[in-house]
Design a protein around this ligand. Sequence first.
Ligand SMILES: Cc1ncc(COP(=O)(O)O)c(C=O)c1O
Length: 445
Amino acid sequence: MDNFSSLVNDLIDATRKHEQYRDKECINMIASEGLKSPAVNQMLCFSHDLACRYAEGENDIAGHVKKRYYQGQKYMSQIENHATDIMKSLFKSDWADVRLVSGTHANLATFKGLSLASKNNKMVVTPLSCGAHISHDYTGLAGNILGLDNINHVYNIDEFNIDPDKSAYVIRAAKPGIVTFGGSLFLFPHPVKELKEVCNEVGAYVAYDASHVLGLIAGGQFQDPLREGADFITSSTHKTFPGPQGGVVMGSPTTPALEKAVKKIQFAIFPLSASSTHLGRLPALGIAALEMKIFGADLAKQIVKNAQTAGQYLYENGVKVLAEKKGFTRSHQIAVDIRSYGGGNKIAQTLEDANIILNKNLLPYDNQSSKEDPSGLRIGFQDITRRGMKESDIKHLCDLMLDVIKEKRKPAQVKEDVLLLKKEFCGVKYGFQNVEEALNCLNKA
Ligand SMILES: Cc1ncc(COP(=O)(O)O)c(C=O)c1O
């Protein structure tokens, strides 16, 4: 085999091994990952031609296709319109754009569009150290690509949240064009309601990054940003919302200022930042939305319950889970200070040696340059909940984690129990097993 052939061979081999490892043998607790149902995966296979096609052009103020520059769009425009309307209906918005290929892309288009609409380059954001995503920050997309000036919300570490009173002062003083909420380390609902009035006062658009919590919002848990005052939700479609990897922006352009914002965001999508919008994912997005409509409330409730159960159980067993006074979390994730057991880097690695996958994480009070060995772990419960785990299973899993963390048993020994547990929870609940099942469900409705 020449070198090129062996590279392709190795690529396929590594892919097979990955599928076996992460899908069949590991307990997955990375808070930013989603778990697609068999029906969503099947729908992706059914739309393989669509996944080759291009659809460049403009959309109208309802989010529907207005103009396309290529031929062959007869059904593609319908597909995009239907996917758009499904998301609008699920999240009760008058406008949506599903052309974004990721959450970062949704932020790029929205921040760019809103800064154009407001003619203002200042954006108030949660500090990166307190859970904002890098795309919100001046060191990432917002600053380095879009040239926005970041001004930080005031963050209360004890409350694990934005301080609404102090942030109101900041917003009044800075007079930004955009105020953002939402984040990656995201335990409690952000004070959108509390800060909406001051945002109006200074004429700032409110953007809420729901990437982590979109599935919880669909299930009626956590918070309802669009009803609380967010002008726009930006999001990935593949974290707690268990769709194919992609992005979405939603809002209701009920005033001339919001209408202007939508037009600028659309301009920032096409022609500014997208050519192919990767349409092959849209039918699968629709199936995931249907699953959220039908199973979302039960799934979201159980995800939060499981996260809280783990928080309480680990805390009672000597692990410093943050925000204990507030019940640890109201989302799908918990944050743990693991310094007394060796730090985030060591523990994340030893847990992986036992086939439990989560990520080390900087905590708000960490030296932010110690990314390689932060104090914390961030643990997500959306995947294992969808696999069917309930509170007693969560406690069993926590026991296995505690064995590793406290070095009661070697990771390789714990791994044997993890493999058994995974065998028990290898299916996907709160969803459809195939597209036929989804269609039958629709026919019964
Ligand atoms: C809050 C938040 N926004 C945006 C993103 C980026 O999403 P994507 O990976 O879809 O670009 C992430 C990623 O985890 C995130 O946590």
